[in-house]
Design a protein around this ligand. Structure first.
Ligand SMILES: O=P(O)(O)O[C@H]1[C@H](O)[C@@H](O)[C@H](O)[C@@H](O)[C@@H]1O
Ligand SMILES: [Mg+2]
Length: 345
């Protein structure tokens, strides 16, 4: 049995026993086979210090059961380094012509860079964490299952904002969420063209380039900016609902409606406090997994567009600064239900 799964099953052991286990785990995972550093990306140690320090609480050396959570810090450090490397690939690709292909319809775009970045991330994670599972946008497009289990799972959108990338519209993100027991444990969203590294760790807050994030305190929707997207469905019924919602929300009236062209960055805007809420129907789990933790760790709330509990596989999301704004928004949304990400084929 691998180390992390063993730890998950040992939750009931006394803290001192667990702490010994954590020490062994850290030693093992920090030293690649042969003692070399082949599994570390360039600058990974530096990234580790820069982004891990604000995220590790001062109680992390006490050997309590909260130490369990810090087993994932190594994975998070790797995610940050990978997102930065992926961002370099994206920026380099913007210098060349981009060959555009389509997926579900003529406006659902993909490029070789999306595929290359996803390969880069998944291969590297497999080397370093061979027992972990994956849900990746381009792997699912290639026929892999989209199933979220209790296993440690990396949920990857190699380029969130592919249409922006194709047109060099300057909001493009690499989004990496990590879940354990179907609960988001850490999140990394790298806004490549702005060079903003958003990170969140469950229970430890959300950050942008190491600075803490806090959602807006605005509780009046009439004083708010709402963000959303039109998505890539051109199904007439879906388009009709999208416009009905937009009309109702504009006419509340709100201060404005925005959309960066990427769900991940829209959610970072909510976490940062410059937008009060974001909603969308038609997104996928890889678009919102990381963003959902960033919003909740910055003090925000997540909800379904009908007001129920958020479900990352449902392809519907409201992410807001507060329950008040979320519920007000829900009362104006004309919802619909795309096929779930985990629907059986
Ligand atoms: O750029 P991708 O990863 O395909 O994700 C976007 C999606 O394609 C659009 O339809 C949505 O409106 C965006 O919110 C997603 O971020
Ligand atoms: Mg996406």
């Amino acid at each position: 049995m691998d180390v992390e799964n063993a730890v998950l099953e040992l939750c009931s052991l006394p803290a001192q026993v667990l702490w010994s286990f954590v020490c062994v785990y850290r030693t093992t995972c920090r030293s690649p086979p042969g003692g070399g550093s082949t599994l570390l990306l360039d600058n990974e140690e530096e990234e580790t210090r820069k982004y891990a320090e604000p995220l590790i609480g001062s109680d992390c050396r006490q050997g309590s059961t909260s130490e369990m959570a810090d087993l994932w810090q190594n994975a998070m450090d790797h995610a940050v380094a990978l997102a930065r490397r992926a961002g370099e690939v994206v920026r380099e690709a913007l210098q060349d012509d981009r060959k555009v292909m389509t997926k579900s319809c003529s406006v659902d775009l993909v490029t070789q860079t999306d595929q290359k970045v996803e390969q880069l991330i998944i291969q590297s994670v497999k080397e370093k964490f061979p027992t972990h599972s994956f849900i990746g946008e381009e792997s699912v497009a290639a026929g892999e299952a989209c199933v979220l289990t209790d296993c440690p799972t990396w949920i990857v959108d190699p380029i969130d904002g592919t249409t922006n990338f194709v047109h060099a519209f300057p909001f493009v993100a690499v989004s990496i969420g990590f879940s354990v027991n179907r609960q988001m444990e850490f999140a990394v969203v790298y806004s490549c063209l702005e060079d903003k590294m958003y990170t969140a760790r469950r229970g430890k807050g959300a950050f942008c380039n190491g600075e803490p994030l806090q959602v807006s305190g605005q509780e009046d929707i009439k004083q708010s900016i709402i963000s959303t997207e039109f998505g890539s469905s051109r199904d007439p019924e879906a388009v009709e609902k999208i416009f009905l919602s937009l009309r109702s929300i504009l006419c509340i009236p709100v201060h404005g409606v925005r959309g960066a062209g990427t769900a991940a960055i829209n959610m970072c805007h909510v976490a940062s406090g410059c937008v009060e809420a974001y909603y969308e129907v038609g997104i996928h789990v890889w678009d919102v997994a990381a963003g959902s933790l960033l919003v909740s760790e910055a003090g925000g709330v997540l909800m379904d567009v009908d007001g129920g509990a958020a479900d990352l596989m449902s392809r519907r999301i409201v992410a807001a600064n507060s329950r008040t704004i979320a519920e007000r928004l829900v009362s104006e949304i004309h919802s619909f239900s795309p096929l779930r990400d985990d629907a059986t084929p």
